[in-house]
Ligand binder design. Sequence first.
Ligand code: NAP
Length: 230
Amino acid sequence: MRDFTGKVALVTGGSRGIGAAVVKQFASQGADVAVVYAGNQELAEALCAQCAADYGVKAIAYRCDVADFAAVKDTVNQVKKDFGSVDILVNNAGITQDGLLAMMKQEAFDRVLDVDLKGAFHFIRHCTGLFLRKKAGAIINVASGLIGNAGQANYSAAKAGLIGLTKAVAKELAPKGITCNAVAPGFVATDMTKDLEGQDNVLLAAIPLGRMGQPEEVAGAGAFLAPMGR
Ligand code: NAP
């Protein structure tokens, strides 16, 4: 396991689910962690306290709507003040607002794009200056298996966009020593998928392994992608 001591990992949507597992993974490998959350302050702060107690790292929670360009700028500036810099950015915050296309409201399409796609752009945009100065940095975007589920036109479009964003950013920043990768998990057991559990569901039946993934399995893949660079 790589030692991330002295590095700072900023994880969006770090209060629960996959993001919380990513936070713990990086902390367990010695990284200080900045945990961005939307509303679950108690969860985010408890996780930070746990990381500090279990792994002796610095951990601070930040409330920030990733869809808000200006708020993300302020948050990155605050993280820079608190930690000195950012070395690893994990764009994990995400939501679903499922619905059949014929009835999907414009607001539901826009909000999912704003959080799941533009949120990643906002953090990349505001962290890139820090990475360029050091000629180092790792960006990991949490996309999704691109199978295009019915009822998820907004989510599927956002995650496909995130893959495109990842590829373009990777090409643009790799010559500067900064990597950008995506992980694209299938179904993972979190709050996002809890309604599927226990159902005789065709989506779950299609999983060859016969079970959902666990957040820790995705977190391991995320940490694997962090050390790349020149
Ligand atoms: P989750 O358990 O629902 O957690 C979502 C996280 O995102 C929470 O920490 C939440 O913060 C945060 N968040 C939501 N909206 C936000 C906003 N506007 N600004 C800042 N933070 C926000 O979700 P999950 O299943 O762990 O999913 C994490 C990522 O993995 C998402 O991008 C999702 O699309 C992707 N993914 C999930 C699955 C799956 O099957 N679960 C599969 C593939 C990909 P609060 O706790 O404060 O609300």
